[in-house]
Design a protein around this ligand. Sequence first.
Ligand code: EPZ
Length: 439
Amino acid sequence: MADMETMVQARSNVVEQVEIVGGEKLQGVISVSGAKNAVLKLMAASLLSNSQCLIRNVPRIRDVDTMLGVLRSIGVEIDWADEHSLLIRVDNYLNDTASDDLVRQMRASAQVMGPLLTRIGRVKLFQPGGCVIGQRPLDLHLKGFQAMGASILEEHGYIILEARRKLRGAEILLDFPSVGATENIMAAAILAEGVTVIRNAAKEPEIIEEQNFYNRLGAKIRGAGTDTIRIEGVTSLNDRMIDYTVIPDRIEAGTFMIAAAITGGEVEIANVIPEHIEALISKLKEVGIDVDVREDSVLVKSKGRFRGADVMVLPYPGFPTDLQPQITALLAIADSTSVITENVFGSRFRYVDELIRMGASIRVESRSAIVKGNAKLSGAPVYAPDLRAGASLVIAGLAAEGKTIIEGVQFLERGYERLELKLANLGADIKKTITVSSI
Ligand code: EPZ
């Protein structure tokens, strides 16, 4: 029987919020954490290791915790070796399935399909489902597996993949340069018989990370970062231990650059790879914001006034969809109108209603948001429906007059390590509050 304390705790309603009082100019230096969208895939890639993998520069975020749980449920030994390093050990026995609850929480769980299918020949995974940024099918992943000889059954909410014999190399043309599909097919091809060529592959930097990681394990992959990736199947991988440091998070870097710009501040974002954020750097310069690019940092200097501009969201190296909500918040206060067109996800403007509540003047028409500019943003209670929408509301709150209270902090913590502390260190008046109310 749970004691009284636990029962009361269980019935209380814990609400985590972020409170911002806008108007402070951000000043100082901020260092970027490891890339969420690389780390999650390297964790999944470790399923092909025959030894131990040490992954360094891992951000302490909810999605990493979820993936850690997913891997444990598959039978992987994984734990924190230090504050930002994961030590992963894969023994021979792996389950063909993962915890439904965890898979349901995070779509990136689907990235275990490729490694598991090629290593043990069977995967049974709960459909990870979409989220508020649009319908997110896995058809391109599954078509790739099928082309390599896997059988696919979707029933009772599960995807069941089976390869009765070794997967065969295939020529695969992706209808869309899907990041996840590129990664999953690349993984599945590593131990297949023969050569697999992926055309119209995604070119994101995170895919180059995976190629490097897998090739350390003895895979033979070439072309990551271009639209054609060639994987020569091998009979087995080596049993060398891997010690791998993850690249910096280009989306976190971009989020801080936009936060500096909207507040009229001067911030150096350190530990970045400038070429990974070229599209944003060029857009900020286009609207009249000063960006000084150095070896591994960028200095953003803004007077708080800037022009509007049109933004065409495209697969890498185009303007990243994961910075679309953030740049929309910035352009809400620009001197002229902007049109932001989202070409990657079907509906990634759900957060716009919350920006309108703060005084932005935005009209969404099909895939585009027409942002009138010259908004006088004012603080308001708002809700973050997803991770990058949350970042957009934080950015708007930094420039708004008065207090903004953001609910949905759990979404922010999925992808940003201690965002409120990092911004407070730059002078923002921001804090996380936890209210416990008995219901
Ligand atoms: C990855 O998601 C990222 N997530 C996303 O970041 C990012 O927005 C996205 O790539 C695009 O860059 C991780 O890496 C964990 P996709 P992914 O497959 O792989 C359609 C964040 O905020 N599609 O490139 O799921 C799909 O519906 C997250 O960090 C199919 O139609 O993205 C979408 O419209 C959000 N069929 C488009 O392709 C498929 O089989 C791009 O999806 C697969 C995708």
